[in-house]
Design a protein around this ligand. Structure first.
Ligand code: A5P
Length: 237
């Protein structure tokens, strides 16, 4: 039996207590029989970790992961996993965010997994968002907006984005190579000059460019938001 402890393999970071509190609270909402979308990132990690614990204690669920990393984590923890071809809806998806505003609009994709994350969230009866308090903002746009782009179109798409006034940087992996998503695409991170007034319009403009697979905007998708604090408290909105 692989009796692993995830936390032993990670370096504790500043917000880990807050992230863990949110992740654990979300995992405690999962009920027997649910089909659950598993998010990606350091906060979703704590959710999956606690869900594994609950499954070991007898919780009966099925999961489907939004990234190869989360799939491997869940597989290792023996959460029974589904594949996309076998499902047409999910009860709930639990996932983190890079930023979330007062209207529950989000920027996601810091880990480059936002396309699959959005697919699972939109198949779900509810997307539960788990964040530490630093992710909560009045207005979006301080963090870059990840845009997934088909490699064939990278040059044309960048020119098109720039012509519309969106400027950014291609995400690189180690060794200076282009970062590749789980879907085999590139990520262009758009940096905004000022906070966003109308993310819906920005989203439509960017999505209208051929070569763009999807943006990291999640607009009108979030259900409950569980905010974790460093002292272990959580607040649900
Ligand atoms: C993954 O691509 C992202 O959408 C993450 O869900 C988001 O970046 C939040 O990640 P953290 O919980 O690690 O901040």
């Amino acid at each position: 039996v692989n009796n692993f402890s995830f936390s032993e393999h990670r370096i504790m970071k500043n917000n880990d207590n807050a992230k863990r509190a949110a992740g654990v609270a979300a995992a405690n909402l999962i009920q027997d029989g649910m089909q659950v979308g598993l998010g990606t990132g350091s906060t979703a990690f704590f959710f999956i970790e606690h869900l594994i614990q609950r499954c070991k204690e007898g919780l009966k669920i099925h999961g489907i992961a939004s990234s190869i990393a989360s799939h491997e984590l869940a597989l290792k923890g023996k959460i029974p996993l589904l594949d996309m071809e076998s499902i047409d809806h999910l009860d709930v998806t639990v996932d983190g965010a890079d930023e979330i505003d007062t209207h529950k609009r989000m920027i996601k994709g810091g880990g480059g997994a936002h396309v699959r994350e959005k697919i699972l969230a939109c198949m779900s009866h509810e997307m539960i968002v788990v964040v530490d308090e630093t992710k909560c903002v009045e207005r979006l746009g301080k963090r870059p907006l990840p845009v997934e782009i088909i490699p064939f179109a990278w040059h044309a798409t960048e020119r098109h984005l720039n012509a519309l006034g969106y400027r950014g940087k291609w995400r690189s992996a180690s060794h200076g190579k282009m970062f590749l998503t789980d879907n085999g695409n590139f990520i262009y991170d758009i940096y905004f000059d000022s906070l966003l007034v109308d993310p819906e319009t920005d989203n439509e403009k960017i999505l209208g460019i051929p070569g763009v697979v999807d943006t990291g905007f999640f607009l009108g998708i979030a259900g409950r938001v569980i905010i974790g604090y460093a002292d272990g408290r959580t607040q649900t909105q």
